[in-house]
Design a protein around this ligand. Structure first.
Ligand code: PEP
Ligand code: MN
Length: 365
């Protein structure tokens, strides 16, 4: 697949966005004071790029949906007072016009918007003839074509300074992440469009501050270009995304602890390296799934214990093996190989359930 993109490195008057850069600021601008205090806390460490949501796409009605245009003069003040460049999310023509009117420096398109080509096209049309960097978040669903499509639409409107933001993908399953990272998707995006900067958003991937560090480190190890991390002067009291925000001081401490490994510039990454990267990511996904599966096995063990049911139920086991064999054949996988794997998984499940029952029995004594 060849893309006909006309991209150039992201720069702002007086600033080149070189790896690794950081965009930070609150999920939402709430009050003038909170916005300015947060910006001062970040500017103190020399951070140059300030984010704040003005219009917030909330999944459910009734949640805080942003202060709207009222907050734009606050961002203007951030810029005047701290010299930071400002970034906001835009989701329609009105947002674009308002943001431009108030001198916002970088726009970003949110995950829910990227998933909607009509909305992306509307924004792209509103941007015709304007030279402003635009960052495009991945769509909420793990669809790389939709992500690339949004990049193409914005580029075709004449925007050349484009970056992609990897913020993870929503899923029905309850995993340790708020939005599963599916690292293989941004890696594939990089393979397809090597000159496109990719920024990782550990805040929306994790949903909780405890995980920011490990995700940021992984993104840096994968040679991403930058990070966008939510920071709030008083995270506990944030009006949106409270659990994932950190104070500017906490943020700085975390950033300082990241180990920056440089890619070997003189050794070009071969296709083999890229394929191995994909294998590493897929193996991690397999492990994550295995962990989820074992958690469910344990829950079944508890149910069996409470209801006095035997661990091994031969009919159910036969049924699993028959169904998995058929699925394997349907998918063109070697059924004997797949059965080997499931026998081993089943054995481990029984082991886990056995341990649980013994522990529960012990407790009852
Ligand atoms: C945000 O950046 O605060 C936001 C709403 O992000 P996303 O579009 O990734 O959900
Ligand atoms: Mn947020």
């Amino acid at each position: 697949m060849k893309y006909n993109l006309d991209l150039e490195p992201i720069s702002l008057p007086g600033l080149e966005l070189k790896r690794p850069f950081l965009i930070s600021g609150p999920c939402s601008a709430e009050t003038e004071e909170q916005t300015l205090e947060t910006a001062r806390g970040l500017a103190k460490y020399g951070y140059k790029l300030f984010r704040a949501g003005i219009w917030k796409p909330r999944t459910r009605p009734g949640a805080f949906e942003g202060v709207g245009t009222l907050g734009l003069p606050w961002l203007k003040r951030v810029k005047e007072e701290t010299g930071m460049y400002t970034c906001v999310e835009v989701a329609n023509t009105h947002h674009v016009y308002e943001a431009l009117k108030f001198g916002i420096d970088i726009l970003w398109i949110g995950a829910r918007t990227t998933a909607n080509p009509f909305a992306v096209q509307e924004i792209a049309d509103a941007l015709k003839g304007i030279d402003i960097p635009v960052l495009i978040k991945n769509p909420v669903n793990p669809d790389i074509e939709l992500w690339v499509g949004a990049i193409e639409r914005v580029n075709q409107a004449g925007i050349k300074k484009i970056g992609a933001i990897h913020r993870g993908f929503s899923s029905f399953d309850d995993t340790k992440y708020r939005n599963a990272p599916h690292w293989q998707i941004p890696i594939e995006l990089r393979r397809r469009i090597p000159e496109l900067p990719i920024i990782n958003d550990p805040s929306h991937i994790s949903g909780k501050r405890e995980l920011l560090k490990e995700i940021s480190q992984e993104a840096m190890d994968l040679n991403f270009d930058g990070l966008i991390i939510e920071s709030h002067i008083n995270p506990e009291k944030a009006w949106s995304d409270a659990q994932q925000q950190v104070t500017p001081d906490q943020l700085h401490e975390m950033i300082e602890s990241i180990v920056l490994r440089e890619p070997k510039i003189d050794v070009p990454r071969t296709e083999l390296d890229q394929l191995r990267e994909q294998i590493d990511v897929l193996d991690n996904n397999l492990l994550e799934l295995l962990k989820e599966r074992m958690k469910v096995s344990e829950a079944i063990g508890r149910y069996k214990f409470e209801n006095n049911i035997t661990i091994l139920q031969t009919r159910r086991y036969d049924e699993i093996l028959t169904k998995r064999r058929a699925k394997a054949e349907e998918k063109g996988l070697n059924p004997d190989f797949v059965i080997d794997i499931f026998e081993s998984i089943h054995e481990e499940s029984i082991h886990i359930q056995n341990e649980l029952m013994n522990k529960e029995l012990e407790k009852k004594k």
